[in-house]
Ligand binder design. Structure first.
Ligand SMILES: [Fe+2]
Length: 189
């Protein structure tokens, strides 16, 4: 890692992960570290991390722990770019480096018995996260949401730390009531 700030963040986050077996305790301990990391983002983010993609939000790996227990990405959201409705199957801590990131939440009304159909979701609250904001989530029950930037707002850039290498996540078709596992590359949405 090129940055002492990033190095310190990962070693402290890894220690917290080892010491705290529950996702809720992990995000509680790591959220303040993300608050500090945002302030030092310029020490480890270079031009390649700010590349956008005209077709969808851009996702660039910053660092992944060799044992796949932690991974940090920078996401670049051009105006009007959104994720699908999704969850991560992992805990996560998100910090906003630039702009305002918007999160629209969904509430699951049907019990999760592991089936990928018959899933009843309704729209829930919205969160607007300006530069310097930190948010987090835990699985089981999964945090189901869409994230992005409306067309009328400028670009947003955010850091996302997950409790595993984030190479797959669940997407939902709200009207069909179905869930699908999607594999992603590091630099893809
Ligand atoms: Fe997400």
């Amino acid at each position: 890692m090129a940055s002492p700030a990033l190095d310190a963040f990962f070693s402290r986050a890894a220690a917290h992960t080892r010491d705290r077996p529950t996702p809720a305790d992990c995000v509680l301990a790591i959220a303040p570290l993300m608050l500090e990391l945002i302030e030092r983002a310029e020490t480890f983010l270079g031009p390649r991390h700010y590349r956008n993609d005209p077709n969808h939000y851009a996702r660039h790996l910053v660092h992944a722990a060799p044992d796949a227990s932690l991974s940090l990405y920078v996401l670049v959201w051009s105006p009007g770019q959104w994720t699908p409705v999704h969850d991560h199957g992992s805990w996560g801590v998100v910090g906003v480096v630039e702009g305002v990131l918007e999160e629209r939440n969904y509430v699951r009304l049907s019990p999760d018995r592991g089936a990928d159909e018959g899933i009843r979701l309704v729209r829930g609250g919205v969160t607007l996260m300006a530069r310097g904001a930190v948010t987090s989530f835990v699985p089981n029950p999964d945090h189901i949401h869409v994230t992005g930037v409306p067309p009328e707002r400028p670009r947003a850039v955010s850091l996302h730390l997950y409790g595993r290498t984030m190479n797959s996540f669940n997407t939902y078709d709200v009207s069909a009531g179905t869930r699908q596992r999607v594999l992603v590359e590091h630099n893809e949405s």
